[in-house]
Design a protein around this ligand. Structure first.
Ligand code: ZN
Length: 181
């Protein structure tokens, strides 16, 4: 087991654009193991490498009992949307309804460098979109509508881990669902 500390909202690594993996080596396999162990221990449905302070395009997930990981993901999203509660291990205790595509086809690689495709709907699709956002420095807060975002910022200020943080929303390359960029 190699459980690592999870970076919290306010840490700049969560706002950086992660780099593509180019070497599928022992270190990458260790990263996937650390992500998996830390995610399962938390517990959480997904964890992206930047949340462990590693700015690489890798995430793990555990949805409906299925464990997996994806390297260098490339997503195709359905036009149909879903709305439902979402949270993040980097924002402990916060849950807000977040709009996402209903389905996703995610192409990428496994830790050995073999091409893989993951298809999912509902929770798995939500998780894959959330984790891929992390690789672009985007947090689910950025996808909330203005009113929910205000409530989320207040919840962060009120949280014991959020003391002294200055909330900041990055200019997003993604649709922000009405939130001003
Ligand atoms: Zn997250």
């Amino acid at each position: 087991m190699a459980i690592q500390p999870i970076r919290l909202f306010g840490d700049p690594v969560l706002r950086a654009t992660a780099k593509p993996v180019t070497t599928f080596d022992k270190e990458l396999r260790k990263l996937v193991r650390d992500l998996t162990d830390t995610m399962v221990d938390a517990p959480g449905a997904g964890l992206a490498a930047p949340q462990l302070g590693v700015s690489l395009r890798v995430f793990t997930y555990r949805v409906d009992g299925v464990l997996g990981h994806l390297v260098n993901p490339d997503l195709s999203l359905s036009e149909e949307e879903q709305d439902g509660p979402e949270g993040c291990l980097s924002l402990p205790g916060l849950r807000f309804d977040t709009k996402r595509a209903y389905g996703v086809v995610a192409k990428g690689f496994n830790m050995h460098g073999d091409p893989v495709t993951i298809e999912g709907t509902e929770l798995l699709a939500r998780c894959i979109q959330h984790e891929t956002d992390h690789l672009d420095g985007v947090l689910f807060l950025d996808r909330l509508d203005r009113e929910q975002r205000k409530a989320a910022m207040k919840a962060i200020r009120d949280a014991d881990w959020g003391q002294g943080l200055v909330p900041r929303v990055k200019v997003s390359p993604h649709p922000t669902f009405g939130f001003p960029r």
